[in-house]
Design a binder for this molecule. Structure first.
Ligand code: BES
Ligand code: MN
Ligand code: ZN
Length: 487
């Protein structure tokens, strides 16, 4: 819950008053109209360990003001202050305040972009995944949040409402990723899609089960899913508002657990492969957010859901699959399963002739080799790839453009089929992108590889918790929104 208040921050009765602090000329300077107490406290900044560095959160007794504690949250260098720094500083603060009932954040300046960034950061930081824990009060997320600002009119309320929708979508995607794979298998994910869209006007969910997939020629989903006792699903989540002039398709990799299959992964960190459905979670929640915001653009999500398991019924290296539409693929490594299910999803998506298609996937370990754990990759047709990079920057996510070199394609030659699902190791992320490109025809397209950023196995930082992060939701929503606004 989040609201605006124009009250004097000194008199606000709240558990915690949060003030952002930046670094300028070696000193910590408070941002926004702050109580005199803050200036007094910062006179002794060094002794209190307050430097204003990003991710630094310090709590001090709030003597003489309405709040119980004063929280100083570092936003980093003053000359580099941008929306993402504010989002991150606010999120670090609200994350540290788990267990408290209420907090107020002083807005650094009274403008809509600042309001949006701070509101998003506050709500993204106030996230806890409690499903499998007994009622541990210290771990319940911060309750009511007030933003202290003179803004109050319609545009400010709209910006706050949008921030709430965005943050709820990201947090819901995180929940799906964090849910254990014995609870979130393809059929359960399909049910979650129905539940998430229940009551949303203009949204229709269609589920293809394993029989429908076999009958419809979805060889990738059938092949990858056949080793599991929990059969695959293709879920179409269509938001079709009246008078939409444009349409966007989003295709998400939804491997609810990736053991590697017969090409079994090593045991170390295999648990993290419960996050291999993060693309599908991001797609589902982007459609939900677009519908809740009533955007005037048709958005169709395709969730490619399967569990990749080894068993007597699992596909083998050397099996040949026929993807929807007729292209054949020789499976040389059953651990390169994402591209197989995405191929079916991409073909289905482009059959409906959308203006553009995005796919998002935890697709390759090579993504992390190239860009690390916090920067996602984007490949595809030049214009859409550029639009993703720009939308990501606007939304506060890190996406970096990568090429699809034609000459690498030879690496995907099969001795028996149209394509092999793996080639040489070098450039593995690009090769996966080139594989997907075979299934989009001439539809404008981008492929988002979020292998690293979708799941944070490290300690929390800024507004990013340990576990599922919701990577891609903000970028895709921003892109969809901008697409809707195009003439
Ligand atoms: N889901 C993995 C990719 C992955 C690895 C995501 C680590 C997040 C963290 C994917 O299905 C996979 O196993 N890819 C293989 C492809 C290879 C066999 C060509 C990989 O990257 O090793
Ligand atoms: Mn795999
Ligand atoms: Zn995978």
């Amino acid at each position: 819950m989040i609201s605006l208040t124009s009250a004097d921050p000194s008199s606000l009765s709240t558990d915690a008053l949060v003030v952002l602090v930046a670094q300028r000329d070696g000193t910590a300077v408070p941002l926004g109209p702050v109580p005199a107490l803050v200036t007094q406290v910062l006179a002794d900044a060094a002794a209190l360990g307050v430097t204003g560095a990003l991710d630094e959160v310090r709590k001090v007794p709030a003597t003489g003001i309405g709040a119980r504690v004063l929280v100083l949250a570092g936003a980093g260098a003053h000359e580099r202050l941008d929306g993402e720094a504010l989002r991150r500083a606010t999120g670090a603060a609200t994350r540290e305040l788990a267990g408290l009932g209420s907090a107020a954040v002083v807005l650094p300046s009274d403008d809509l972009p600042t309001l949006r960034a701070v509101a998003e950061g506050a709500l993204l930081g106030a996230y806890e995944f409690g499903r499998y824990r007994g009622g541990d009060a210290a771990r319940s997320p911060l309750g009511a949040i007030q933003l202290v600002t003179s803004l109050s009119k319609g545009a400010a309320q709209d910006a706050l409402g949008r921030a709430e929708v965005v943050a709820q979508a990201v947090n819901a995607a995180r929940d799906l990723v964090n849910t254990a794979p014995n609870d979130l298998y393809p059929e359960a994910f399909a049910e979650a899609a129905r539940a998430a869209t229940k009551g949303l006007r203009a949204v229709k969910v269609t589920v293809l089960d394993e029989k429908a997939l076999a009958a419809g020629g979805y060889g990738g989903l059938v092949g990858v899913g056949q080793g599991s006792t929990r059969p695959p699903r293709l879920v179409k989540v269509a938001y079709s508002p009246a008078r939409a002039k444009r349409s966007v398709a989003l295709v998400g990799k939804g491997i609810t657990f990736d053991s590697g299959g017969i090409s079994l992964k090593p045991p170390a960190d295999m648990d993290e492969m419960k996050s291999d459905m993060a693309g599908a979670a991001a797609v589902l929640q982007t459609v939900v957010a677009a519908a809740r915001l009533g955007l005037k653009v048709a958005v169709t999500g395709w969730l490619c859901l399967a569990e990749n398991m080894p068993s007597g019924s699992a596909q083998r290296p050397s099996d040949v699959l026929t993807i929807r539409g007729g292209k054949t693929v020789e499976v040389l490594n059953t651990d390169a399963e994402g591209r197989l299910v995405l191929a079916d999803g991409l073909v289905s998506a482009v059959e409906e002739k959308p203006d553009l298609v995005l796919d998002i996937a935890t697709l390759t370990g090579a993504q992390m080799v190239a860009l690390g754990r916090r920067v996602s990759a984007v490949m595809g047709t030049d214009d859409v790839r550029a639009h993703v990079v720009q939308a990501a920057a606007a939304a506060g996510e890190q996406f970096w453009p990568m090429p699809l070199p034609e000459d690498l394609k030879a690496g995907l030659k099969s001795k028996v089929a149209d394509l092999a699902n793996v080639g040489e190791r070098w450039g593995g992320m690009l090769l996966a992108g080139l594989f997907l490109a075979e299934f989009v025809g001439d539809t404008p397209w981008a492929h988002l590889d979020v292998a690293g950023p979708a799941f944070n196995a490290q300690p929390a930082y800024g507004y990013t918790p340990t576990g599922g992060t919701g990577a891609g939701v903000r970028t895709m929503l921003e892109l969809v929104e901008e697409h809707a606004a195009r003439p």
